[in-house]
Write a protein that binds this ligand. Structure first.
Ligand SMILES: [Zn+2]
Ligand SMILES: [Zn+2]
Length: 131
């Protein structure tokens, strides 16, 4: 059987890589920059290869969630780009609110608004009864 070659782009150096069809969607070392990249033909997986397509979709999803994890947010104090998961800004040293603190605040605000609503209801009912 003759091997069909596809052309893909390295996501790091954006140079084209020729690879055999059966490597479509797989992770490989880029021959140009040496970094790991997914071999993805711009045209997408060939028809009649559902497995290749599945692999290809999974690879993209994994890559996306990895990027999501690494997404940077600006420090509220100095504007320096800091990883989402960082607890301290490496630039100015300010401490970010941890996940637990955030959850605690939501719970606190929730209880507070519930309390406030019941007080308002109580006052309204008391007002109605006094008439
Ligand atoms: Zn490359
Ligand atoms: Zn900062």
């Amino acid at each position: 059987m003759e091997t069909t070659f596809l052309k893909g782009l390295c996501k790091h150096c954006h140079q084209s890589i020729d690879f055999p069809q059966e490597y479509n969607g797989q992770k490989m070392q880029c021959p140009h920059c040496g970094k790991e990249t997914y071999l993805i033909a711009p045209a997408g997986p060939l028809p009649g290869t559902p497995l290749a397509k599945d692999f290809f979709n999974k690879a993209i999803k994994a890559e996306k969630s990895k990027l999501e994890m690494q997404r940077l947010i600006p420090c509220k104090d100095c504007g320096h780009q800091v990883s989402r998961n960082a607890e301290v800004c490496p630039n100015c040293g300010c401490v970010f609110e941890g996940k637990n603190a955030r959850v605690f605040r939501y719970v606190f605000v929730g209880i507070l608004s519930l309390l406030l609503t019941s007080i308002i209801l109580w006052v309204l009912r008391a007002g109605l009864f006094s008439i």
